[in-house]
Design a protein around this ligand. Structure first.
Ligand code: G3P
Length: 225
């Protein structure tokens, strides 16, 4: 079931806490993703902020991811994010170790293990090909390669500025499907990344800050299919 919901190539929009992707606007944006997924048949997921997670899983049936979980099980962990609670709230997976939420290796391993036990699909984020290689040994479900210096860029992307690093990451990912992100802002970025072996995308700005997010999303998906 999860497998078929996460068919590749997959597009995942990370809502972060961008202004147009939080609260009611986040819900509206989630519904746009659902509408586009239904009309195109494309594989589309979203990663809203944790506060909006339950509201959004109640409203849409596309795969929803948390942006982070902690390596914990039920207990006294005030303020942490419990993987089982994320699962019970209707999410299918989670990002782990996003550039904006980096965690130490031992904590990361705990988070991966607890997320797996909770039945979550784990997207482990890496900043460079060396990390992709090291993280592949931890056997996450996906690795998301995102060079931090290009995150949020609107005129440069991992595909236009560092295509060789996508190719290198695919090689060392050891068969684990590689998503790419950081500055993805044109259908050309999508085409280049797929040609280099990427199996999906993790994107924020190009959708969350677009004047017309639906139009933007459709233009990327056309290139993806
Ligand atoms: O997780 C997605 C991300 O960090 C890329 O962000 O704004 O460069 O698409 P952006």
């Amino acid at each position: 079931m999860l497998e078929s919901m996460l068919k590749r190539p997959i597009w995942i929009t990370n809502f972060k806490y961008h202004e147009n992707a939080t609260g009611q606007k986040g819900l509206d944006l989630a519904k746009i993703h659902q509408k586009v997924a239904q009309s195109t048949g494309a594989s589309i997921g979203i990663a809203p902020g944790i506060v909006d997670l339950q509201m959004i899983t109640d409203a849409v049936s596309i795969p929803v991811f948390a942006q982070h979980v902690d390596g914990i099980t039920h207990g006294s962990h005030t303020g942490k994010i419990l993987p089982q609670a994320v699962h019970d709230a209707g999410a299918v997976g989670t990002l782990i170790n996003h550039s904006e939420k980096r965690i130490d290796l031992e904590i990361l391993k705990e988070a991966l293990s607890c997320a797996k036990k909770a039945g979550l699909c784990r997207i482990l984020c890496a900043e460079n090909p060396a990390e992709v290689e090291a993280f592949a040994a931890l056997e996450p479900d996906f690795i998301a390669f995102e060079p931090p210096e290009l995150i949020g860029s609107t005129d440069q992307s991992v595909a236009s500025s560092k295509p060789e690093s996508i190719e290198a990451s695919v090689k060392v990912a050891n068969g684990i499907p590689l998503l790419v992100g950081a500055g993805i802002n044109s259908p050309e970025d999508v085409r280049i990344s797929l040609e280099l072996g990427a199996q999906g995308f993790l994107v924020a700005t190009a959708i969350t800050k677009a004047k017309d997010p639906e139009k933007a999303l459709r233009s990327f998906l056309e290139a993806m299919q």
